[in-house]
Design a protein. Structure first.
Length: 229
């Protein structure tokens, strides 16, 4: 996609946003820049919501400038053969507008989600991470948490040598390794309807003693499931 075409796409998407969500938005613009993550070469910043100087501390006085980075979109499109420009632009635009709305409401939920995504990047890179980060993601029925395309199911480790869990209408069993150390993040393989990202079982033991520790070592490994029903 060319820069001019992307700008036109963003204008059309912005026109679909209800007026109440644009209150305080000074402008929505496209920048040609490519903005990479400061530490992770494979991650790009697609957009930003930039607060503008305000004359008072009143949240209603907050104004923001939303910027989408064309170069970052183009870089991701080069890396992903199935990159959907329209969907990614819509998700980025609405994400940044949500930042603005939550700043005005003094609601930290989205900033907490952004931090959860950073912790998930660290997990995937094999770096130390907060083992409770997924709880700042989207909470779904059945004790499931979502952070972008990854799903986390929190289970308490008992004395049994296996754990059971439901997923997409089926029940599965995982036999646990004898040398498993808690907390443990188990990347599940073999479910009939896998998510776009990872399905991860997070194993804990009550009381959650590791919740008070700073970045404890987390046991991460892959496990295969057995279908029960």
């Amino acid at each position: 996609m060319l820069l001019a075409d992307f700008e036109a796409t963003v204008r059309r998407l912005a026109a679909e946003i209800p007026e109440e969500f644009l209150d305080g938005i000074a402008e929505i613009v496209v920048s040609p820049r490519t903005v990479g993550h400061p530490e992770r070469a494979e991650i790009y910043t697609l957009g930003e919501c930039i607060p503008l100087p305000a004359a008072s501390d009143d949240p209603e006085a907050i104004q923001s400038r939303v910027v989408l980075y064309f170069g970052s979109f183009a870089a991701m499109a080069r890396d992903q053969s199935d990159f959907d420009w329209h969907r990614e632009a819509w998700e980025t635009l609405t994400h940044e507008l949500r930042h603005h709305v939550e700043w005005r409401a003094r609601d930290p939920a989205l900033e907490n989600l952004d931090e959860a995504q950073e912790q998930n990047f660290a997990r995937l890179a094999g770096e130390p991470f907060d083992p409770l980060f997924y709880r700042a993601g989207e909470t779904l029925p059945g004790g499931i948490f979502r952070v972008e395309d990854d799903y986390f199911i929190e289970l308490e480790r008992g004395a049994a040598a296996s754990v059971r869990f439901p997923w997409a209408g089926r029940r599965y069993r995982v036999d646990l390794p004898d040398d498993l150390i808690l907390p443990a993040f188990l990347s599940v393989q073999g479910v009939e309807e896998p998510p776009a990202g990872e399905l991860v079982l997070v194993l804990t033991r009550a009381p959650k003693w590791w919740a008070v520790l700073q970045m404890p070592t987390v046991d991460q490994r892959e496990v295969w499931v057995e279908i029960e029903s």
